[in-house]
Design a protein around this ligand. Structure first.
Ligand SMILES: Cc1cc2nc3c(=O)[nH]c(=O)nc-3n(C[C@H](O)[C@H](O)[C@H](O)COP(=O)(O)OP(=O)(O)OC[C@H]3O[C@@H](n4cnc5c(N)ncnc54)[C@H](O)[C@@H]3O)c2cc1C
Length: 450
């Protein structure tokens, strides 16, 4: 049995940064990885998908070249082998850089293999027995496979396996009209696939406000993506044939994009006494301590965020509290994320429904992107901006920017929310012209009661 000061399980978006910080403070750290260095974000999540979004955007803009006075000689085709090679090179550079940075550190020992708990402070991995007073779990999640009749009889794709395609599917059927499914739907439509999205709910991205969902649907439909709402899949069969309550869809490939589940079922958590909830997420307090003293859980597996930035912030909270005597908690975090379709949707804080449900007297500002001069100049006028403020306190409660640059511009609002400043401050900010963000003060000048 080898004794360490800390064991970290998983090299996702929190583990490696924590390993470096703990090692820098003089601790002997073991970090265990059973798969690819960098976990989901680098290998099967953000990095590869955003590389493919960039290829899809290039294909889309080349097809629109004439609108901008640019002449392209000949038909536009997508070489999927090259798209994949570019994406793989970007992913490999990130993964290799991460692995090299960990291997360079004399205080960090890398152990390759699947880690399982033997007891609260003992872990086995790669044939080795390890012990530490402090153990940090960063095991992430994986695509959920829905219990649909026939699912075991068909060759389906997940958000991970679809990344290995080096050809353009003839007709991609996507089950799941939420963030992951919609990004792939638009990517492959722009590469040249016919695409059908099947969503059991009455709207796409059902957690967003209805006008945002509707605008995203219109944008995708205008590109030729078929969207079937209120269509619960009852059976899938080879072919590909997808039967829903409201008809059958036939395609060449099937992508299952119905959510993710935490990698906590094969970790031996019961032997350590670490409590999980009914969905398998590790239960943590506001400082990310589990039910067992000396064990923390970071990232997707603790159920407090399904994003790279939330996993990284978990590292910051733990490192701040353990190494800097801080008092940081997940409660200080404001929800923020993006849907990286084109145009993207940048989101911060609550939506209107959540704000009303939380008891706020709400004022709402809304502006079509067609009114934004920069969007107009770029001929990218689809979408809208929306902001929600508390009529009594003047606090900004949330925002959605669906439009060109929306994933960046929303940070001007998010930053003010962290500063806990009233919206009237932002109203007087002089933003650079011509940008998408310059319209945020105008948006605040025309607030209406919800
Ligand atoms: C298609 C897709 C697109 C995405 N796009 C974005 C985006 O644009 N922006 C964003 O913020 N988020 C995005 N996400 C989400 C983001 O990738 C994840 O939330 C994030 O990577 C989670 O990080 P993590 O640190 O919790 O775990 P992970 O990154 O999943 O890492 C966990 C690691 O632990 C290892 N592991 C698991 N169990 C064990 C074990 N028992 N022993 C040893 N090792 C183990 C795994 O092999 C893995 O390497 C996307 C996700 C997907 C699927």
């Amino acid at each position: 049995m080898t004794e360490y000061d800390a064991i970290i399980i998983g090299t996702g978006q929190a583990g490696p940064s924590l390993a470096r910080r703990l090692a820098g403070a003089g601790n002997r750290v073991a970090i265990v990885e059973r798969g690819l260095f960098g976990g989901t974000c680098i290998n099967t999540g953000c990095t590869p998908t955003k590389a493919m979004v960039a290829s899809a955007y290039a294909a889309h803009m080349v097809r629109r070249a004439n609108e901008f006075g640019v002449t392209i000689g000949g038909a536009v085709t997508v070489d999927m082998k090259q798209v994949k090679a570019r994406k793989d090179a970007i992913v490999a550079a990130s993964r290799n850089g991460l692995e090299a940075s960990l291997r360079r550190n004399a205080n960090i020992t890398i152990i390759r293999g699947h880690a399982t708990f033997v007891s609260a402070h003992e872990v086995t991995a790669g044939g080795e027995a390890l012990r530490a007073d402090s153990i940090f779990i960063n095991v992430g999640g994986r695509p959920a496979i829905p219990a649909i009749a026939g699912v075991d009889t068909v060759s389906y794709l997940t958000s991970s396996t679809i990344l290995a395609l080096d050809y353009v599917p003839e007709h991609l059927v996507v089950i799941g009209g939420s963030y992951v499914g919609l990004e792939f739907a638009q990517i492959f439509r722009r590469f040249g696939s016919a695409v059908t999205v099947i969503e059991s709910g009455s709207r796409l991205i059902g957690r967003e406000d209805p006008e945002i969902s509707d605008a995203v649907r219109q944008i995708l439909e205008a590109e030729g993506i078929e969207i079937r709402l209120g269509a619960r899949t009852t059976r899938v069969s080879a072919g590909i044939e997808v039967t829903t309550g409201s008809g059958t869809v036939r395609g060449s490939h099937l992508l299952l994009a119905v959510g993710r589940r935490p990698n906590t079922d094969d970790l031996g958590l019961e032997r350590a006494g670490v409590a999980v909830d009914s969905h398998g997420f590790i239960e943590v307090d506001d400082t990310l301590r589990t039910s067992v003293s000396g064990i923390w859980a970071m990232g997707e597996c603790n159920g407090h965020g399904a994003f790279t930035h939330t996993a990284y912030n978990d590292f910051e909270i733990i490192a701040g509290n353990l190494l800097e005597g801080g008092n940081r908690t997940v409660r200080d975090r404001i929800a923020a994320y993006a849907l990286f379709t084109d145009p993207p949707l940048g989101r911060a804080g609550m939506n209107e429904r959540e704000a009303v449900a939380a008891g706020h007297r709400v004022l709402v500002g809304s502006l079509p992107m067609a009114n934004v001069s920069r969007a107009y100049e770029k001929s990218e006028t689809l979408g809208l901006m929306k902001i929600i403020v508390d009529a009594d306190t003047k606090a900004i409660l949330g925002a959605a920017i669906l439009g060109t640059g929306g994933d960046e511009a929303v940070h001007s609002i998010l930053d003010l929310m962290y500063a806990k400043a009233p919206y009237t401050i932002l109203q007087r900010v002089v933003h650079i012209h011509p940008t998408v963000a310059e319209f945020i003060p105008s948006l605040l000048g025309d607030l209406k009661a919800a």
